[in-house]
Design a binder for this molecule. Structure first.
Ligand SMILES: NC(=O)c1ccc[n+]([C@@H]2O[C@H](COP(=O)([O-])OP(=O)(O)OC[C@H]3O[C@@H](n4cnc5c(N)ncnc54)[C@H](OP(=O)(O)O)[C@@H]3O)[C@@H](O)[C@H]2O)c1
Length: 145
C-alpha cells in the first residue's frame, strides 16, 4: 500500500476531500505505473481522471479482497486507499509505503479505519520525495505475524 500521511497520521481532513497537499504524486506515478491499483469507491470519486497506464480496480463494501487479489494478472499491485480500503486489504499487505508530510490536521481520517488485524513493520528504506521540504517516503515491509 502507499499513502501520503500527515505528521499526526491522517490521510485526509474528511472523506470527501480531494487530497491536494500531497507532494509525492510524481513518485506515486512512477512506483505504480504498469501495476494494478486498488482503490475504494470514495477515493475513486475524488479522482479528477483515470490513472493512465494502470489497471484501476475500484472496490466497495461487498468486494471480497481475497478474490480481487486472486484474479490479478500481475506480481505486484498497489492498494492506494482510502482509509477503509487500506484496512480491508491489510491482511494481504506485504509492504507499506508512507510519505510523511509536515502537516498536523488535529482531526481527520486516519490511515486505517476498521482495522481488524494489527501489522508489525520493519523499515527497509527511505526515499527522498522533496529534499528541500525534507519529505521522505518510508518503505516498510510487513513482518510475518
Ligand atoms: N492521503 C492519501 O494517500 C490518500 C489516498 C487515498 C485516498 N485518500 C482520501 O481518503 C478519503 C477516502 O477514504 P475512505 O476510507 O472514506 O474511502 P475509500 O476506502 O476510498 O472507499 C470507501 C470504501 O469503504 C466502503 N464502506 C463505506 N462505508 C462502509 C461501512 N460502513 N462499512 C464497511 N465498508 C464501508 C465503501 O463501499 P461502498 O462503495 O459500498 O460504500 C468503499 O469500499 C478521500 O478523502 C481520499 O481523498 C487519501
Amino acid at each position: 500500500m502507499t499513502a501520503a500521511v500527515t505528521a499526526d497520521g491522517q490521510i485526509t481532513r474528511d472523506r470527501d476531500e480531494v487530497v491536494d497537499w500531497s507532494r509525492d504524486l510524481p513518485l506515486f506515478r512512477k512506483q505504480t505505473m504498469g501495476c494494478p491499483v486498488i482503490m475504494g469507491s470514495r477515493t475513486r470519486r475524488t479522482l479528477a481522471a483515470d490513472l493512465d497506464g494502470r489497471q484501476m480496480i475500484v472496490v466497495n463494501r461487498n468486494t471480497d479482497p481475497a478474490a480481487v487479489l486472486h484474479q490479478l494478472n500481475s506480481e505486484q499491485c498497489f492498494v492506494i486507499g482510502g482509509s477503509r480500503t487500506y484496512a480491508r486489504f491489510a491482511p494481504w499487505l506485504t509492504h507499506v509505503y508512507l510519505t510523511y508530510h509536515p502537516l498536523v490536521f488535529g482531526a481527520g481520517v486516519p490511515i486505517f479505519t476498521g482495522l481488524t488485524h494489527s501489522l508489525n513493520l520493519r523499515l527497509e528504506k527511505t526515499i527522498a520525495v522533496d529534499e528541500q521540504q525534507r519529505i521522505y517516503q518510508y518503505q516498510y515491509s510487513v513482518l510475518e505475524p
